[in-house]
Ligand binder design. Structure first.
Ligand SMILES: Nc1ncnc2c1ncn2[C@@H]1O[C@H](COP(=O)(O)OP(=O)(O)O)[C@@H](O)[C@H]1O
Ligand SMILES: [Mg+2]
Length: 231
């Protein structure tokens, strides 16, 4: 088991009340899995993703990732886990505008202490893997949205993360570019990368191996809340 969440709740104080954003979420993910979490806007997808991604912590419940209980881990420990175990892809690609594609992809290796020559070599390799071997020295603004997202995926994969997290990765793309990104996820998963993808688009969610829906902060069981249910 790569990831196991039990009874995860997330609450925010609001005046004298608390609002419950995630309600008793249970989630288990094996190595090599590819799970889509699908739900409407405001259902708690990003909140859940931020907890999975160690960018935020739950109010209660337990979270084990790669054999370690990180439910109450310190900020520093969470940052280490993010760097060593996780790769992130977001809806808006977050590339640094004054760096080339290759420099953007190489950046996580700088933080990992890899020497410059090796960084640039590995970044070029990663860009070839996402089909951008002929664009390695382009600036982000010289690339299409789909190409920028593929640069972001190369950057997320450069440290060989155990888990790739993607929050609405096709949300800012036209459908052709979105398809290319989803093809790339298939390829990465075929090669063994574990993926959790969040989306509100049924056509995207259906491409994962498994699909779970989230509705009003509750993560439904697999097969629950499918077509025909009112949500
Ligand atoms: N920091 C916060 N404080 C209070 N409420 C929040 C906070 N972050 C998110 N929410 C609320 O939690 C709910 C779920 O948000 P979010 O996880 O971003 O949904 P989704 O990604 O599914 O659109 C929303 O109603 C949102 O307003
Ligand atoms: Mg969201």
């Amino acid at each position: 088991m790569l990831l196991e969440m039990n009874n995860i709740c997330k609450e925010y104080p609001q005046g004298r009340e608390v609002v419950k954003i995630l309600k008793n979420v249970d989630l288990a993910i094996d190595q090599g899995d590819y799970l889509a979490i699908m739900g409407p806007s405001g259902s708690g997808k990003t909140t859940l993703m931020n907890i999975i991604g160690c960018l935020d912590v739950a109010t209660s419940g337990t979270y084990r990732l790669d054999g370690e209980d990180i439910s109450r881990a310190s900020e520093n420990r969470l940052a280490d886990v993010r760097n060593s175990t996780l790769g992130f892809v977001f809806q808006s690609f977050y590339l640094l505008p004054k760096m080339t594609a290759r420099e953007n992809v190489a950046l996580p290796l700088l933080y990992a202490g890899v020497k410059k020559r090796a960084r640039l070599r590995r970044a070029a390799e990663a860009l070839r893997m996402v089909g951008l071997g002929d664009r390695i020295d382009f600036m982000p603004n010289q690339l299409s949205g789909g190409q920028q997202q593929r640069v972001a995926i190369a950057r997320a994969m450069i440290n060989e993360p155990k888990l790739l997290l993607a929050d609405e990765p096709t949300g800012a793309l036209d459908s052709a570019s979105g398809h290319q990104v989803m093809d790339l996820f298939d390829e990465l998963n075929d090669k063994g990368t574990t993926i959790v993808l969040i989306t509100h688009e049924p056509a995207v969610g259906q491409r994962a191996r498994r699909l779970r829906r989230i509705l009003d902060g509750r993560l439904l069981a697999e097969g629950e809340g499918g077509v025909g249910d009112a949500w």
